[in-house]
Design a protein around this ligand. Structure first.
Ligand code: KG4
Ligand code: ZN
Length: 360
């Protein structure tokens, strides 16, 4: 089963071809990435210190056709070799989602191919099956610019949310801290780099919700504390910046580790022994310091730790093609009138977190 995937929900325009075939793995199938091309719009948005939705949507229109052509040619395939077209149909910046989904609909209609509208979060959630053949169920920490969630991945299309942010996403906090210090956009990689030479003990930033019951996250108080620390300096030296970055990242690490520990204790009830695996996905999962910390937490709780290659942590279309292929393999496809969605929670039964809006 060979699927073309399209991703346009934020500031990466991406196309990929992925093949799902029967395999001698724990899940009976194996995936192969035949091509995976990503155009990052970073330069378009950098002057604004964040993603501008209108600019993003226009850039997707400009680049998507060429990227799809490249994805096919790098895979050495033509249209006739495809079995389906998958595109992110939410959640995300609606202008961008519309561009990708409508392109996919056009291709599906023109070529008579099945269409699969993929939940972007499901793309992140199922990547560990593409890379590591992870069987259901497993625990997932999804940390990106738009989401911070702990989920039990029970099946394709079936997720149990254990916790979510009640205000900001963790990637958003990284981006904000970087913007306040003027160290570049996107913030995550810049903060991580600076933190390496900083003193994490210099600033005692708050650890929101630490040691509190449940697995929810909160990052707005931490963000405010960092802003106040930055504003107290004039001038802000390179050493101050590095120490702030390190202290901020240490606070995030403490919070993620604490919440993950509680989630593992809760997940023990639904994840049988032998299946205890903890995967981390989303852009923030590219952070090496956080990975190391979460690896320790997982092992201390008796969980195997699963990380993804860096280019599959941040937004890409291979994850969309794979999630589409998993649905297609089950005969689950969408009609051509499937609607783009700005909001699309993975667990429809989870209580809404009002302060987080579409991020919950
Ligand atoms: O998953 P992603 O590419 O897009 C969304 O779906 O949001 O995640 C992007 C987020 C950004 O906030 C970015 O700053 C963050 O992931 N990020 C990082 C790192 N690399 C990317 N955060 C911390 N450390 C990193 N190395
Ligand atoms: Zn994402």
């Amino acid at each position: 089963m060979t699927v073309l995937g399209i991703e346009t929900s934020c500031d990466e325009t991406a196309a990929a071809v992925v093949r799902l075939e029967p395999g001698d793995t724990a899940i009976g199938i194996r995936g192969e990435i035949l091509s995976n091309v990503v155009f990052s719009q970073i330069d378009d948005h950098a002057p604004y210190g964040g993603v501008v939705p209108e600019i993003a949507a226009r850039a997707h229109i400009e680049h998507l056709d060429g990227l799809i052509e490249r994805a096919l040619s790098e895979a050495g395939l033509g249209w006739d070799d495809l079995d389906g077209i998958a595109a992110t149909s939410g959640p995300g910046l609606i202008g961008g989602v519309i561009v990708g989904l409508m392109t996919a609909k056009g291709i599906a209609a023109a070529r008579g191919l099945p269409l699969i509208g993929v939940n972007h979060l499901e793309g992140h959630a199922l990547t560990a099956r593409l890379t590591d053949g992870l069987p259901f169920p497993y625990l997932l920490l999804l940390v990106s610019g738009g989401h911070s969630q702990l989920l039990v991945v029970e099946d394709v299309g079936k997720y149990r949310r254990l916790g979510t942010t009640i205000d900001d996403a963790v990637g958003e906090a990284f981006d904000k801290v970087a913007k306040l210090m003027g160290i570049g956009y996107p913030g995550g990689p810049a903060v991580e780099k600076l933190a390496r030479k900083g003193d994490a003990a210099r600033f005692a930033f708050p650890r929101p919700l630490l040691n509190r019951p449940g697995c929810d996250f909160s990052f707005s108080g931490l963000k405010t504390a960092v802003r106040q620390a930055i504003e107290a300096f004039d001038p802000l030296t390179e050493k101050d910046k590095a120490d702030i970055a390190a202290s901020f990242q240490a606070a995030v690490a403490d919070v993620l580790s604490d919440r993950a520990e509680i989630a593992m204790a809760q997940a023990d009830l639904v994840i049988p022994e032998g299946y205890r695996r903890f995967a981390v996905a989303g852009g923030v999962a590219a952070n090496m310091a956080l990975r190391e910390r979460l690896l320790g937490t997982a092992h201390a709780c008796g969980y195997e730790f699963v990380t993804l290659p860096l280019r599959l942590c941040t937004d890409n279309a291979a994850m969309i093609a794979w999630a589409g292929a998993e649905h297609l393999a089950r005969g689950e496809t969408d009609a051509l009138d499937v609607a783009p969605r700005a909001r699309w929670p993975l667990d429809p039964d989870a209580a809404p977190a009002r302060g987080a809006g579409v991020k919950a």
